[in-house]
Write a protein that binds this ligand. Structure first.
Ligand SMILES: [Zn+2]
Ligand SMILES: [Zn+2]
Length: 96
């Protein structure tokens, strides 16, 4: 691991919340992801994607991080979808 990455990990620990869909959302630390594949296991190894220790916050962009708003994978959830919510509903066939 490079020193630059360690600095990123340190910076990530200071970013306890993020803005999603106009809400301030508390980020989920490594090991506390809802429904993650390692749920119930005592996590002792660092995150396999961003290398943080259990209980630390993931480096932004980590594929293991869960969304604090919807609980899905942070990278693939729609909370940061650039489309306004109203447009997204229409795309899903709301028909209003
Ligand atoms: Zn991670
Ligand atoms: Zn989400």
């Amino acid at each position: 691991m490079t020193g630059a990455w360690l600095a990123k990990i340190r910076a990530a620990q200071l970013q306890r919340t993020e803005r999603l869909c106009g809400q301030t959302v508390t980020r989920i630390p490594f090991g506390l992801e809802p429904g993650c594949d390692g749920e119930g296991l005592a996590r002792t190894a660092p995150c396999r994607d961003c290398a943080v220790s259990p209980g630390q916050l993931h480096v932004p962009g980590c594929c293991i991080e869960a969304c604090g708003r919807c609980g899905a994978q942070r990278l693939s959830c729609l909370c940061t979808d650039p489309l306004p919510v109203r447009q997204r509903r229409r795309r899903m066939g709301g028909g209003v």
